[in-house]
Design a protein around this ligand. Structure first.
Ligand SMILES: [Zn+2]
Ligand SMILES: [Zn+2]
Length: 443
């Protein structure tokens, strides 16, 4: 059996054939101007499960994820906080990695930053100008969309549709409203780099074309990201990259569905903005992980805390089966139906994951195993138990739900708890006690 993946480009499930045994995957990364939220966690857990399954299938995976440390939102934040945007980005990026570590999301092979690749970006843009796909205008450089005949092929719309959809901003520097910025002239007080077009900084889309192809070559096997990025971000990436290389940019485009909270888009103004950090204070990271991994990656999902309560119960059954296996192995029986179950579950799990990483179906197969372990492990033979244990762990590792938190994490949690208590005391104006705690923490 081969793996089939849904390709946004063709809108079909296609047989997955990478360039070779090493799968080259690029996933659009964070613009770290704030704490990571649950939507980020959904996307990155989804791709983590996909990567783990590819590894289960014997592929080696090279995973590149960019860090957008030069961007409008960061510049805005830096004005508010009166801080260097690169420092803000560095802080929130490192913080997000810590949250993601606790969710057992494997780190990417590399995390290239925009600020480290300005020269590459300038060279790439210069070449696009030379080839007639881009033009300079008043210190800015724009990509001339109508020069790229395939524009719109990912989001399945024509340039005419895009213009009439009015999803583009009018700008007197542009030849055409659909053109998008490759290089932006610096405004007063903003971070800038010198370039052939004067002081400025890269536009958002160009970084992904430059850094993905620099580290992975063309074509990438998989380009992933949240579905909101398909247009214009990924459409623009295709235009830039294929104009530059005269070659197909990406073989398979994989997009994750949106996460809403109680039926609404997550936003700060609605007050339904959930950071990973806040959720980790209330729930075992593996509960959050199991909930996120149980969503079919392409589906949109609506979050409510009930989802986590049910994931908590499921996880308990899973961990119970683990204990049961270990117990039974100390004193094996003569044999039970566990052997047949193992064979069936393995087939069902692989069939589900081969079918565009259908995790809900794959998890159903896993629960089948868990149930049978809880029922008949006591009488199973040693070889049956060992087989069951191997499959139990293999599948558990694809979902990434078997990580037990190290002691260090517990310590961190306790310290956080004490800090929270101190803050609460201060709010209640109990300064004596809060100062005592602060002094103790410093020791
Ligand atoms: Zn991208
Ligand atoms: Zn990107």
């Amino acid at each position: 059996m081969t793996i089939k993946v849904y390709n946004t480009l063709s809108r079909k499930k296609e047989e997955f054939i990478p360039r070779d045994n090493k799968v080259r995957i690029y996933v659009c990364g964070l613009t770290p101007y704030d704490y990571a939220h649950l939507g980020h966690a959904k996307t990155y857990v989804a791709f983590d499960v996909i990567i783990r399954y590819l590894e289960y299938r014997g592929y080696e995976v090279f995973h590149v994820q960019n860090v957008t440390d030069v961007e409008d939102k960061l510049i805005k934040r830096s004005k508010e906080l009166q801080k260097n945007p690169l420092e803000i980005a560095d802080f929130f990026f490192k913080d997000a990695l810590k949250d993601f570590d606790r969710l057992n999301i494997k780190r990417a092979s590399i995390y290239p930053k925009v600020s480290d690749h300005i020269e590459d970006i300038i060279n790439f843009i210069s070449r696009l100008i030379e080839k007639g796909y881009a033009y300079e205008s008043n210190g800015n450089v724009y990509f001339e969309v109508k020069k790229f005949k395939d524009y719109g092929k990912l989001s399945h719309q024509s340039i005419k549709d895009i213009i009439s959809g009015a999803r583009v901003s009018i700008d007197e520097n542009k030849r055409d409203p659909v053109d998008f910025a490759l290089w932006k002239k610096a405004k007063e007080g903003e971070i800038f780099w010198d370039s052939p077009w004067g002081k400025g900084r890269p536009g958002w889309h160009i970084e992904c074309s430059v850094m993905s192809t620099k580290y992975l070559g063309v074509p990438l096997d998989i380009h992933g990201g949240a579905i909101e990025l398909a247009f214009p971000h990924h459409e623009n990436e295709i235009a830039q990259s294929e104009a530059y290389y005269d070659k197909k940019f990406v073989r398979y485009w994989l997009h994750t569905g949106v996460l809403t909270v109680n039926g609404e888009k997550m936003s700060k103004s609605l007050g339904n903005f959930i950071t990973v950090k806040d959720l980790l204070k209330k729930y075992n990271p593996m509960v959050i992980r199991l909930y996120l991994a149980s969503i079919y990656y392409r589906s949109r999902a609506d979050f409510s805390e009930e989802n986590l309560e049910s994931a908590k119960n499921s996880l308990e059954r899973i961990y119970n089966a683990k204990r049961k296996l270990d117990e039974a192995l100390k004193n094996p029986g003569d044999g039970s139906s566990l052997g047949d179950t193992v064979k069936r579950v393995k087939e069902n799990f692989e069939a589900a994951m081969d079918d565009d990483f259908n995790t809900p179906k794959a998890l159903a197969a896993y629960y089948d195993l868990v149930k049978e372990i809880n029922r008949s492990a006591d009488s199973a033979s040693e070889s049956q138990l060992l087989e069951a244990k191997k499959l139990f762990e293999d599948i558990g590792n694809v979902f990434g739900i078997l990580m037990e938190e190290k002691k260090g994490d517990l310590e961190e949690k306790l310290i956080q708890l004490i800090v929270d208590i101190r803050d609460e005391l201060r709010k209640r104006k109990d300064f004596e006690m809060s100062d005592k705690i602060r002094a103790k923490l410093r020791e």
